[in-house]
Design a protein around this ligand. Sequence first.
Ligand code: GLA
Length: 386
Amino acid sequence: MNEQLIKEFTARFGAAPEAVSQAPGRLEILGNHTDYNQGFVLSCAVGLNTAFAARRIPGTVCTIRDFRDGSEKKFDLGQIDKAAKGDWSNYVKGMIVALRRRGFTIGAFEAGMRSTVPLSAGMSSSAAFETAAGFALRELFDVKLTNEEWALAGQEVENSYLGLKTGLLDQFSSIFGKKDSIILSDFRKIAVLRTVQLPAGYAVAVINSMKKHNLVDSEYNTRRADCESAAEILKGIYPEAQTLRDISLEQLTNAKSALGEREYRRALHVVGECTRVHQAVELLEKGDVAGFGKLWFDSHESSRVNFENSSPELDYLIELANSVPGALGARLSGGGFGGITIHLVKKDEADQYAQKVCAAYKLRTGINAEYYICELGDGACSEKIN
Ligand code: GLA
């Protein structure tokens, strides 16, 4: 993809780029809505990437071209303090603002991008974009940050520039992903604790419901508020606890009457997900793929009932995973309220399985679902090229 991008860049701007970068999309394997509760997540980077090429130019006006559709954005570095509504260059402008806050000076540049990460599907195309842009800018303007700091800068683009109170999972997975591996991250320590292998012969099939809930952003923020208010009440009972991450299932059960019914279910989801993440690591170590897959079904059920971040379409895809032979586990992945499901399947049956599920989904909903058999890929990288 980079070769093609360099050629396109050179044809459009009349000179070769000085740096190229790429950052992958990600999949949340288990650990739903745990990141902003300082909890644990199993995730991976996928083999689908956003590539970004750039070179410095004089002046203050930057140009960015998306070579997928030929659209182009221009902005003046003196006028990027606020995001512009519906403008895809916000991800780049937001990153420049985040880097300035960290004391770096970013000059004018022209840039081009290409991506194979599906948009708005739950594979974090936005984290891939802001990370790829940031990594190219680091080559051009000598930005020195650790990978953890890069992930936090990307999260700041979402939180402060775009107003979405998302956690750190997306940027973190896009940066720290390891080929053929699932990473176990701790979002209190902000660290990868270890990597585990997806058992040989198995693959993750991503099936996109093609439906996104309209209220997705506000629903996300209200779920986060529910978790925080549940944690506040639990702190009154267990003073050593800072967030839901510190609460065990037993403690939660004992404190049930102190919580509202909804807060209890929200907390049960997060505490249950953290528990499932640890169980999953143990099962993978023992090579128990069936046990690992069952946790995916349990996770989805908890999303449906406790966290209420599923949708009729997502539920139907999981119902199909239970009836079409081949899936050891399946669940919604990412924020929810629409978007994608992930299915644990044998590699050599993955295509056939996904086609069957998509055909049945079309019969019931009339929707043509897209699917991807995902490779687990490496995290983001960048290089100077001249
Ligand atoms: C979205 C957010 C992440 C995370 C997931 C749910 O993808 O961007 O930070 O909270 O939802 O686990």
